[in-house]
Ligand binder design. Structure first.
Ligand code: MN
Length: 238
């Protein structure tokens, strides 16, 4: 029996992690350890000076043992692997994130950070992301095939599989593009906006992302803008 650990960065109540656990449970015993709230852009951060609190969670997928964790997505992987699960997982899945993780966004992503933690732990790991308001047809259709394919992949140290799924209707999806390199573009071009002046000469700033379709041909980013599922390998330190 395969053991599968699932986490995300949008929190344990997000719909994406529930749909991922549903799809994954046909491939093995699923464990969920996920943040107790929103942790997007947490990257690969871990908690060192603060304790992390875990609680059993009544997860809405039968047969899944689940815990919330007060830490980061990477903490969830570490706690799942090193404390909760009786043995090392065979597969770590992070997602399904709400919003693409393509191009330079990978560096900030808590979804991707958790997958890299899985890779550091020597577990076959993948990040899954989807840009969808309400239409999950493409994800629901392709997930079984993507997970089966993932289980056959051999990765080197520090590598993860990064999967991005367009949120278009299934009839508009053109299929899967594999071996997509990470774009050097940016999904959002960020600026900072002063929203309030603070006592003592301070200013309260909010990041403001402006959509910027800077997607070179052949990349992960271009694949999703053209309504393909993008599959690629992302590399951390080696
Ligand atoms: Mn997120």
């Amino acid at each position: 029996m395969r053991n599968i650990l699932i986490t995300n960065d949008d929190g344990i109540l997000d719909g994406g992690i529930i749909r991922l656990a549903e799809a994954a449970k046909t491939f093995g015993q699923v464990w969920v350890v996920a943040p107790d709230g929103q942790r997007s852009a947490a990257s690969h951060a871990i908690s060192l000076h603060d304790a992390v609190d875990i609680y059993p969670h009544d997860f809405p997928v039968d047969g899944v043992q689940a815990y919330t964790c007060s830490g980061t997505p990477a903490d969830c992987v570490r706690v799942g692997r090193l404390y909760v699960m009786p043995q090392k997982p065979d597969l770590l899945l992070s997602g399904i994130n709400s919003g693409y993780n393509v191009a330079t966004d990978l560096q900030y992503s808590g979804t991707v950070g958790a997958a890299f933690e899985g890779a550091f732990q020597g577990i076959l790991s993948a990040a899954l992301s989807e840009q969808a308001e309400s239409c999950h047809e493409v994800a629901d259709y392709y997930l079984p095939e993507l997970l089966a394919e993932l289980l056959t992949m051999q990765l080197d140290y520090g590598q993860i599989v990064n999967i991005n799924i367009p949120g278009c209707p299934l009839s508009e999806c053109k299929g899967i593009l594999r071996d997509r390199p990470v774009s050097r573009g940016a999904f959002y071009r960020d600026t900072y906006e002063a929203v309030k002046t603070l006592p003592g000469g301070g200013v309260k700033l909010m990041v403001k992302g402006e959509y910027n379709e800077d997607a070179e041909p052949g990349t992960d980013f271009r694949a999703v803008t053209e309504h393909y599922v993008s599959v690629g390998i992302a590399q951390n330190i080696r």
